[in-house]
Design a protein. Structure first.
Length: 109
């Protein structure tokens, strides 16, 4: 009877605990989910601030956006200055992503 209980105990323990990984270590999917939620919250806060700023009517409202589809940026905006800054930021972001993608190939050998 004692042997059957030991076998049952080991079959109920998930393999997650057998690897010795601490419970408080976030996984990559958890970090990704948190970053996505943070991005939505940041975009929502920016929209609220933009609405309050435009409601005052003291300044002309400027807006611009970037849609990255792979390495191809689609940039739109209401004035040339905003579009220029977003083009610079999009190019920097693409370069950072390419560098991070190729780092394992450069230093992995």
């Amino acid at each position: 009877m004692e042997k059957n209980l030991e076998e049952l105990k080991f079959t109920l323990i998930p393999s997650y605990f057998e690897q010795g990984k601490p419970l408080d270590t976030p996984s990559v999917t958890e970090i990704g989910f948190i970053l996505i939620i943070f991005g939505f919250a940041l975009a929502f806060a920016a929209m609220i601030l933009l609405a309050f700023r435009s409601a005052r009517g003291s300044e002309k409202t400027r807006a611009a956006g970037v849609l990255l589809i792979g390495p191809i940026p689609i940039i739109f905006g209401t004035d040339k200055d905003s579009v220029k800054w977003l083009m610079i930021l999009a190019i920097l972001l693409i370069l950072i992503v390419l560098i991070v993608m190729f780092l394992p190939y450069l230093f992995g050998r």
